[in-house]
Design a protein. Sequence first.
Lengths: 233, 243
Amino acid sequence: MERTPKALKVLTWLTSAVFIVALYLVLIWAPQEAIMGDVQRVFYFHVAAGWVGALAFLVTAIVGGIYLARGEQRWDRIAVASVEIGVVFTFINIVTGSIWARPIWNTWWTWDPRLVTATIMLLIYIAYIMLRQGIEDPDRRARFGAVYGIVGFISVPITFASIRIFRTIHPVVVGSSDPTALGAFDMNAEMRVAFFFSLFTFTLIYITLLWYRLRLQQQKEKIEERKLTALSS
Amino acid sequence: MPPTTDLVVQKIETRADGSLRAYLRSIAAIVWKDLAAEFRSRELIGAMLVFSALVILIFNFALELDIRTREAVTSGVLWVTFAFAGTLGLNRSMAIEKDRGCLDGLLLAPVDRNAIFFGKAIGNLFFMLIVEAIILPMYSVLYNVNLFQPGLILVILLGSIGYTAVGTLLASMAVQARTRDVLLPILLFPVLIPLLLAAVKASNGFLMGFEMAEIMPWINVMIAYDVIFIAVAFMVFDFIVEE
C-alpha cells in the first residue's frame, strides 16, 4: 500500500483551512441581506455547489473526448471520478436551493426552467453511473461512458436554451438581473468577497476529492490485478 | 440474382471505390435488410402498435379525456405514446442484431461504420413513422379531432428524426450492457427532454391554432437538436461498435 503523497496531504489541510475561512466569511463576516435576512447566506454555497457540478460534468465531457481520441485508461478514471463528485454537488445545489426557496418563494419546489435543467442534469449523470455499472469489460465501459458523457453534456445547454423560452423566476445575481425574478438582490463589496471566496473554496474541494477518488480507483485496480495473479498462480 | 449475393456484390463495390454513392448504397442495403426482415416477421411494428393503443387507452382512463381536457392534453398524450412505443422498437431492433450475432456480421462487412448507424437509424425511423401513421388516424377517429394538419405532420417528422438518431445511438450502447432493457429508457429520456418538450409545445401550438411566431422557436429548437445529435452520433458511433 503506497502512502498518501505529501502534496495531497498539504492540499487536504489547505482545503480544510480555506473551508473554515469560507464558513466564517459566509456565516459571520458577510453582512445580512436587507430583505431576505440570514437565509440569503445559503446563496454562497448554493452557487458554489452548482458551479462545481457544472465544472465536474464539463471535465467529464472533455476527458471523455480525450479518452476516445487516445484510448488511455487514466482519462477514463478522471471521467468517472468527476461524475461522482458532480452528482453529489449538483444534489447539494438542489437541496440548498430548496431550503432557500421555502421562505422566499414559499415552496420547496417549483417547475422553473432553472430547477428543471438542474434536475435533468442530475438524472443524466445518474444514468451515466448506471450505464457503467451494467458493463463489465473495462475498455467498453470506458468508451460508453465517454460517449454518454459527451451526449449528456450537450443536451444540458439545449435543455437550458429550450426552456429559457419561458420566463424564469430564478434570480440571476451575477450579470444582468431579470426583473421577473423573485428574491433577486445586489451584492455589495463584502458579499462579493464572500461569494468569490466560496467559489474558490468549492473548487479546491473538488480538486481534493478528485485526487482522492483517483487514488481510490488506482488502488482498486491494483487489488483487482493482484487477485487475478493470486488466482492464476 | 438472389438478394444475398446482390448484397455481397454491393459491399465489394463499396470497398472498391468508397465514394459517396457507395456509402449511400450501403446505407440503403442495411435499411432494406431491416425492412425486409420486418415485413417477413412483423414482430416489431405489431408490438409497437398494440402497445401504443394500450398507452392511449390507459391515458383515456387516467386523464378522463373528455371533450374539454382533451384539447389541452392531446399533444402530450401523443408524444408520450410515441416515446414509449419508440423505446420498444429501438430495444428490439438492436437486440435482434446483438443476439443472433448479426451485429458482428455487419461489422465484418467492408462498409463504413457510420453507414451502419445511418442504416439502422433510418430503419428505425421508418418503423416509427409507420406506427405514427397508424396511430394518428386511430386517435383522430377515437377522439374526433383532426390531427392531419401539415404543421403537425412536420413536427412529428422532426421529432421522430431526432428521437431515432439519439435512440439508435443509445440503444446500441444499451444492448451491450447487462441490464439492457431497463437501461435504454433511463439513458434515453433525460437526453430526449429538450426534443420532447419542443415537440409537445409545437404540436400543441398547431392543434390550438396559435400564431406561427409562437410556434417557430420550438421548431427551431427541434431542428437544432436534430442537427446537433445527428452530427454527434456520426462522430461517436465508431467507438460504440468497436470491438
